[in-house]
Design a protein around this ligand. Structure first.
Ligand code: KG4
Ligand code: ZN
Length: 362
């Protein structure tokens, strides 16, 4: 089965083709530089960029893989959660394509797609505990199969990636700043007394990162020399030397440790509540973070679990994860009608698939 994946939920426009679970080709256009000027994603600009870029990316993908639109069996599209205007660009494109070619439409939960993405490279083992740490979400799930996700814990305020980006903004790193904090963190040992591990002194599986962000803000306000005077670019970060660099690295490492260790505590707690699982799947942009990766390796090792961590390119938003998740859903008989709704952030993505149909009868 040839599945096209379309991703337009935030600031990456991406398409990919997956044939029977294997990646055939992909194209991605990031809007990061456009939004960096504003210090965050501007929804209206994001939608317009998707609209401008998506048809060209699709055409290039077909050309590069020698595919015709009529060859596509299923069109999988990220239908939420995300920015509504951006999602609508991808969803409308997908519907048009299905109308024109007769392909099946599969609306994909963007968060599930992050967690299923590593299946492109290795076999996923279920049941699994899933930790999704992205710019918009921090969720733990009990994943019983590719179509059965039970939400266990979620953030009550800022997502882990949002905390990285907000702390990075305080220090005047470019947006999105998570990877700059990660890079500098590697140069220092964390001071584990510097910042709190937020919202751990309670029995819940939920997260709350806004207090940690405030603690860093207070520290930075008391140590203004840590902050770049104008927004730093990669060269400015590389050019920072001596004591100032060492101090900044310690702050980054300490903040990074607070996030990683909070994730560890909540994942260990979730494992106790979830019952026996075979694997731990960690996904989303923050799964690219080196300290988070190391911490989760330790958690998996200590609990005798297979650790599934996507390659760095698969951590952040991409089309391959949507195509792959769409293929898993389609083969499980989950597809949608042309009334598929885009779901903005904050609303639960419904399980509103049509009754299964017989594959092969297009
Ligand atoms: O999953 P993603 O690409 O987009 C969403 O669906 O939100 O995640 C983007 C987030 C951003 O907050 C970014 O700063 C963060 O992932 N991120 C990182 C790293 N690489 C990306 N955070 C910490 N360390 C990294 N290496
Ligand atoms: Zn994402």
């Amino acid at each position: 089965m040839l599945t096209l994946g379309i991703e337009t939920s935030c600031d990456e426009t991406a398409v990919a083709l997956v044939e029977d679970g294997c990646l055939k080709g992909e194209k991605l256009a990031t809007q990061v530089d456009t939004h960096a000027l504003f210090g965050g994603v501007v929804p209206e600009i994001a939608s317009r960029e998707h609209l401008r870029v998506l048809p060209r990316l699709y055409r290039d993908l077909l050309d590069e893989t020698g595919t015709r639109s009529e060859d596509i069996d299923a069109v999988a599209v990220a239908r939420g959660p995300g920015l509504l205007g951006s999602l609508l660009v991808g969803v409308s494109f997908a519907k048009g394509l299905c109308l024109a070619t007769g392909a099946s439409l599969v609306g994909v939960n963007h968060l599930w797609a992050h967690l299923l993405a590593p299946g492109l490279k290795e076999e996923l083992r279920f049941p699994a505990l899933g930790l999704l740490v992205s710019g918009g979400h921090t969720h733990t799930y009990l994943i019983k199969s590719p179509t059965e996700f039970e939400l266990l814990g979620r953030t009550l305020d800022d997502a882990a990636g949002e905390a990285f980006d907000k702390v990075a903004k305080l220090l005047n790193f470019p947006y999105p700043g998570g990877r700059f904090i990660d890079d500098l963190s590697r140069e220092a040992d964390p001071d584990t007394t510097l910042f709190p591990r937020p919202y751990i002194d309670n029995p819940t599986l939920d997260f709350s990162f806004s207090g940690l962000k405030t603690a860093v803000a207070n520290y930075v306000a008391a140590h203004p020399k840590l902050v770049f005077e104008t927004m730093a670019d990669t060269e400015a970060v590389a050019g920072l030397k001596g004591r100032r660099r060492a101090d900044l690295a310690t702050v980054c490492a300490s903040f990074n440790w607070s996030v990683a260790d909070t994730l560890r505590i909540k994942v260990e707690r979730a494992l106790k509540q979830a019952g026996p699982v075979e694997s731990l799947i960690v996904a989303g942009g923050v799964a690219a973070n080196s300290m988070v990766r190391e911490t989760m390796k330790t958690v998996a090792g200590q609990n005798g679990l297979v650790l599934t961590l996507p390659d760095l390119a698969l951590c952040t938003d991409n089309g391959a994860m949507i195509a792959y998740a769409g293929w898993r859903l389609a083969t499980a008989g989950c597809e949608h009608g042309l009334d598929l709704e885009a779901i903005p952030r904050g609303r639960v993505v419904p399980l509103d698939w049509n009754p299964p149909r017989n594959w092969g009868k297009k």
